[in-house]
Design a binder for this molecule. Structure first.
Ligand SMILES: Nc1nc2c(ncn2[C@@H]2O[C@H](COP(=O)(O)OP(=O)(O)OP(=O)(O)O)[C@@H](O)[C@H]2O)c(=O)[nH]1
Ligand SMILES: [Fe+2]
Length: 267
């Protein structure tokens, strides 16, 4: 029988709100509206540890992931989880049977690959987006979720354009949108990605034939935007479409500086 050091009383008696594992790479199968996606996400799981306990039983957090995985991977017959947030919730439910706690968080960070059409030649291109889903069980037992998407677009500078007979500097920009909302609020990550991607001077693409490249360049010059314009447009669209607390951050990798510019706002 092992010594359960975790159960001892610590010298310094302070409650810790978040203790657990992070950067754990695993596999996840999600059955999103009838289509099964396989992800290789990074997990972070934390629970609170009370002031009278020295530590938590870390392996039980890993077990709650592996068991939630096996119910979707080994037994193919079982329904895979219907969304990343449902998977997060299933992990917390498993944890409830394994490790006493009052507060828990599961964070799942992965990539979504969405098929798109190129703007002129109409060819299929697969576009990568960083997404992160957090499921939080608060001390009062209520569940909240945090959805985050990160999209790479571009901007053409209106200020340089106005002062150089239409010539300007153009750059990549990264738009981040976070929505913090009650667990049962139905919000699709793809819709959040569309809100961000449609707010740049123009979207970027993995595949671009010459005709497509021309369409992107013409589109950018027809739609010059400051980093502030992009942030405002994402924020206004997100407030319109999604119920919850909205947080927007846009960073533009300026092609004329060695530094970037940033615009951020939140509700
Ligand atoms: N709380 C805590 N645990 C750690 C730390 N460093 C390593 N460990 C973990 O200690 C774990 C083993 O303890 P438990 O998880 O309790 O394993 P166990 O006692 O065999 O399993 P249970 O019977 O479920 O308690 C390992 O998985 C380590 O990851 C740390 O800094 N704090
Ligand atoms: Fe233990």
């Amino acid at each position: 029988m092992f010594v359960e050091t975790q159960e001892e009383r610590p010298e310094i008696r302070e409650r810790l709100h978040r203790v657990g594992i992070t950067n754990l790479r695993s596999v996840a199968k999600i059955n999103w509206k009838g289509k099964v996606y396989t992800f290789l996400p990074l997990f972070e799981i934390t629970i609170d540890v009370p002031e009278e306990k020295k530590g938590i039983h870390m392996s039980r957090l890993v077990e709650s992931i592996t068991e939630a995985m096996s119910e979707a991977v080994e037994e193919e017959v079982m329904e895979a989880h219907s969304s990343l947030e449902e998977l997060g919730r299933a992990i917390i439910s498993r944890l409830e049977g394994k490790h006493p706690h009052k507060r828990a968080e599961v964070w799942i960070r992965t990539h979504l690959i969405i098929p798109r059409e190129t703007p002129a030649s109409g060819k299929t291109t697969y576009e990568p987006y960083d997404v992160e889903v957090g499921v939080i069980k608060h001390y009062d037992g209520t569940f909240e979720k945090v959805l985050r998407v990160k999209v790479i677009g571009n901007t053409a500078c209106p200020h340089a354009m106005a002062n150089n007979n239409g010539k300007t500097h153009i750059q990549r920009a990264i738009g981040e949108l976070e929505v913090r909302t009650p667990f049962n609020e139905e919000i699709a990550l793809e819709d959040m990605i569309d809100v961000v991607e449609s707010s740049f001077s123009h979207p970027t693409y993995t595949l671009l034939k010459t005709a497509d490249e021309n369409a992107v360049v013409q589109g950018m010059f027809a739609n010059p935007k400051f980093v502030e314009d992009v942030a405002r447009e994402i924020f206004a669209k997100a407030k319109e479409r999604f119920k919850g607390r909205i947080h927007v951050k846009v960073i533009s990798n300026e092609s004329i500086h060695k530094h970037d510019v940033i615009a951020e706002t939140w509700s």
